[in-house]
Design a protein around this ligand. Sequence first.
Ligand code: SF4
Ligand code: SF4
Ligand code: SF4
Length: 366
Amino acid sequence: MVYRLKKDVWYVGRCCECGACISTCSKNILRSPRDGDHPELEVREKRIGSSHIVVDTCFFCEKPCEDSCPRLREWEKGQILHTVTVTSRLPDTSIVNALLIASIRRKLVDGAVTWDIDRETFKPIPKIVTREEEILTTSGYQYLWHPILEVLNDAIYKKGLKKIAVVGPPCIAQAVKAIRTSNNNKLKVYKNSIYLMIGVFCEGAYTQQLVQEIVDRFDINPYELNRLIMDIKNKVLRIVMQEGLMKGIPLPEIRRYMKQGCARCTDFTAECADISVGTIGLEEKGTMVIVRTPLGERSLKYAFMEKTLKPSETSISLEEIQKLVIDKERRKRAQEIDSLTSLMLESLLGKKSRDEVREKLKIAWR
Ligand code: SF4
Ligand code: SF4
Ligand code: SF4
């Protein structure tokens, strides 16, 4: 059984539903969550005579699911090579799309796993893109959730991509880093295929109930929605309609629709990415880009050379971003409570002594 995933991730509400374990499972027994907050494990049975015996599919496995899980590791702060505020020169104005187009033109990558929206229902969908026309029609990350890494196998085996860019918020960047730094043989194919990670700032992602709330509150249809903007600075969700009109809902009023795993997430700026992109309010000043690795640097340089991006005349200060970084780091407390819950579970199962658990509890509540 997938003991560590269950005990330290699923049962303590820490799963961010990134989908990495679904793709990397060597026996293909993990499925996308339907209603729950974590992937589902398919139970396989063997028939012996007239009885059915449940098979422990995971017993002889190298457990790539655990080695690709971002929630089974502690993450250090990412490096910053430099920051720049930019605006797009493309018609769709998305900075991520501008980076992707330039990276594909210059053959830094041959395709990308990115985010789109079903226009009828405003449901997020993963999209594998290889051509500029496809990229220009993708909506990007809209703070609504899909376990996007579950399409990694399609990108590698169906589309035949060899140098993939992945776009996503910090938890996706952590999963990608877990894969890229793992020595697990079963992760080799993913490790060799993911080439560039473009991170997107994220304070929280929401379930589809948020769309229902917007639709009910403003008496509109999902197809009338254009995009969502998290104006964290003013604590408002901005809703942009197809005809350009903007509506707003205070963030505290939508908190109940935030995904469970987000309450444990402490990374705001995608510290594990090669390059992080984001804004903290409306985009009138431009979008901040944090270059973290030489590969990220190349993708930004290509975007300037291909004239898909240009430096903005105004700039966003790193100090402003740092305030939000510190705010999100406060969620560490929830992580500490999770590890205590795990310990207590182990004690109940007899794997840890009750004295040991009692000691840890004393330290935690000091
Ligand atoms: S232990 Fe192996 S078979 Fe079991 S869920 Fe993980 S990867 Fe799949
Ligand atoms: S890999 Fe992702 S989806 Fe799977 S358990 Fe870990 S956080 Fe959840
Ligand atoms: S808040 Fe964290 S866990 Fe939630 S979507 Fe954003 S990066 Fe992922």
